[in-house]
Every structure is written in structure tokens, then in C-alpha cells.
Design a protein. Structure first.
Length: 351
């Protein structure tokens, strides 16, 4: 397996080769993880529960778990019908967390997301009515179909984990994760997310159309009576909760990162700023995101230290939405992932 391809095959579902599947199996069946840490085992069990409802998206589930461990948010990109909504609902059921969905449209107002003050005629006072953002897992469906003003209403919630209305800050529930979706092929009537908001997303994960065998399994389940609206009937049960996530976060914080690994992360990020194909490179926030997610992936893999392979596994999901191609590179059909792959292949790996 080429080094530059480790990231998407492990965490991006862009490939279904044996190397990527083996990496996922090692994370769940490695000797370091078997029965030694209840929090880790509980989170690994979550992937098994979600698979009862969603076929062939183990990498995306892993990415969402890493985002929860790193207290970040995820941008999901995929065509309609690849089970983005079902995946988030199944994940929330397996984690016993509350989830809400908002369909972003051109006429959606900020208050429709965050909540607003409502006048009570009985008390002659204004009271705050919470919006759907007050949840654990918020599915922001087709976020690029709503105007920038409404998109911006999520910025405070994502960064500060609170909503300010009428000068009062109202904290959001913990844990809190925004899973925002966008269609990669239909851009008519959309409002592309600005760089400042894209940088707030910890990971950008792509959900491709399933392989033939996975699609056959999807159809087989529906033929057998599977109802995506009834996860309990599909056997999805809660195997972890907020307490497990908190214990896991504390454990992730103890994962060791050697100075050589920190230098490797910095070299990768700095290389994006000098790449001829990029007009915008990765910011220091991106470097911090790559560090945090690499630690979470190392912990899920049953190790107490970060390796260069952990960094490579998260490089594409962590960095692809934080860079911008030069106009001439776009005209030549250059892909962001290809440029990042070249950087991963050229930056010296610490030994």
C-alpha cells in the first residue's frame, strides 16, 4: 500500500481495498484494545451497531467517533441517497445521544437554527425558545443551500459551544457535534461555505456510492423488511454513552506525541503553503486538528503514542477543506487530494 493512500482508505471510504479494511480491523481487534479499556471497547462496539443499519461506511463512522473524541465537527460530502441521515441517527442511537436534523434552505433564518425570543401573552414577558442546535448531534443537511447569514449562525455554536441571544450566552449540551452535509455535484442555487467556516470543521469526509457487494447487501436488507425509520427493529442498541466519551477523551489526552511527530505535522502543513497548486495553505488551526485527530486514532487503535502512519491516516480528511487550488490548477483538472498525496509522499517521514 502506498503511503499517500493510507488516509482515504482508512478514514474516508474512498477505497474498499483489503489494506483499508485491514486497518479498520486492526483498530477493533488489536491485542492492545481487546478488553483492556472499557471506554475504547464501547466505542469500537458502536461501529458494529451502526453497521446493523448502514452498510459499507465504517470509515465514516470512525471519522465521526474521532471528531467526538477531539470535540470537533464534520463536513460530510456525498450524493443524495448514501445514508448520511441514517448514519447520524444510527450513531446517536448507539451512543444514546440526542440528535436533530435541520434542512437548510434559502429562506432559513438564523433563529430557525439557534432559537429565538418568543413573547408570552400570559406573562407579558419574552422567553427563549431553543432551536434545533440544542442537541448532541446536529445534522445540518445541505448546509451550502442556505445564505451566509444563516450559515454564520452556526459559527458561535461550533466554536464556543454556546448560543448568544439578547446578550445572554446559553451553553449547548455536551457532547456537541455538527455533521453538515453538502452535495458534491449540484451547485446551482448554493452558497459555498467561506474559508473561515470551512476551517471550523475538524474533518471533511466523503461518502461514495457503495461497492456492488455492499449495495447488494443494502437491497437484501430492504427485501427482508428493513425499515430505516425503525432502528430498534434493525437491532441497533445503545452500547456507549456520554460518560464513555468523556473517559475516552481523558485517555486520548494522555497519548504521547514525540517532538519528531510534531515536527512532521508542522512540515506537512507548511508544505501546503508553498505548494504551487495551492493559493491558500493550511493554517495553524489545521495543524492542531491533525495533531488531535492523530492522537484519537492512535488511541482507538490501541496505542499510547502517535506514529507517522496515524498522521498520514488523518492528513487528507483533516486538510483537504482547508486549502484552495489556484485557478489555473482548477482549469487543468488538478484535485486537492492529489496535491496533498504528493506532499505526503515528498515530506520526509521521521524514523
Amino acid at each position: 500500500m502506498s503511503e499517500q493512500g493510507i488516509g482515504p482508505r482508512v478514514l474516508d471510504s474512498t477505497g474498499q481495498d483489503s489494506a483499508g479494511n485491514d486497518s479498520a480491523r486492526h483498530a477493533s481487534a488489536g491485542p492492545a484494545s481487546a478488553g483492556q479499556d472499557p471506554a475504547r471497547q464501547a466505542l469500537l462496539d458502536v461501529r458494529h451497531e451502526v453497521a446493523k443499519a448502514v452498510v459499507g461506511q465504517d470509515a465514516t463512522v470512525t471519522g465521526l467517533l474521532i471528531a467526538l473524541l477531539s470535540q470537533g465537527h464534520v463536513l460530510l460530502e456525498g450524493v443524495p441517497g448514501v445514508a448520511k441521515t441514517l448514519l447520524v441517527r444510527a450513531l446517536s442511537a448507539a451512543l444514546s445521544l440526542d440528535t436533530k436534523r435541520v434542512q437548510f434552505t434559502p429562506d432559513l433564518m438564523p433563529g430557525d437554527v439557534t432559537g429565538s425570543l418568543v413573547y408570552d401573552s400570559h406573562t407579558s414577558e419574552f422567553s427563549f425558545r431553543e432551536g434545533p442546535v440544542f442537541t448532541n448531534l446536529l445534522l445540518a443537511d445541505e448546509i451550502n443551500r442556505t445564505p451566509p447569514k444563516t450559515q454564520a449562525s452556526l459559527l458561535e455554536a461550533m466554536e464556543e459551544r454556546q448560543v448568544s441571544v439578547d446578550g445572554a450566552a446559553r451553553p449547548l449540551p455536551a457532547p456537541f457535534l455538527v455533521a453538515a452535509t453538502q452535495n458534491p455535484v449540484e451547485y446551482e442555487g448554493t452558497y459555498p461555505l467561506p474559508e473561515a467556516q470551512l476551517d471550523r470543521f475538524l474533518l471533511k469526509l466523503t461518502m461514495p456510492l457503495p461497492e456492488r457487494r455492499d449495495e447488494m447487501e443494502v437491497i437484501r436488507r430492504h427485501a427482508a423488511g428493513f425499515d430505516p425509520r425503525d432502528l430498534a427493529a434493525a437491532g441497533v442498541r445503545a452500547v456507549a454513552g456520554a460518560a464513555d466519551l468523556e473517559r475516552a477523551r481523558q485517555a486520548v489526552a494522555t497519548v504521547a506525541v514525540e517532538p519528531e511527530i510534531i515536527g512532521y505535522i508542522v512540515d506537512l502543513v507548511r508544505a501546503t503553503r508553498s505548494a504551487p497548486s495551492f493559493q491558500l495553505g493550511v493554517s495553524p488551526r489545521g495543524a492542531t486538528a491533525l495533531l488531535n485527530t492523530s492522537r484519537a486514532w492512535a488511541w482507538l487503535s490501541g496505542r499510547s503514542y502517535v506514529t507517522p502512519d496515524d498522521v498520514k491516516a488523518l492528513a487528507l480528511p483533516c486538510l483537504r477543506h482547508r486549502v484552495a487550488l489556484q485557478p489555473e490548477a482548477q482549469m487543468d483538472g488538478v484535485r486537492v487530494d492529489d496535491v496533498l498525496g504528493s506532499i505526503l509522499a515528498s515530506v520526509p517521514v521521521p524514523r
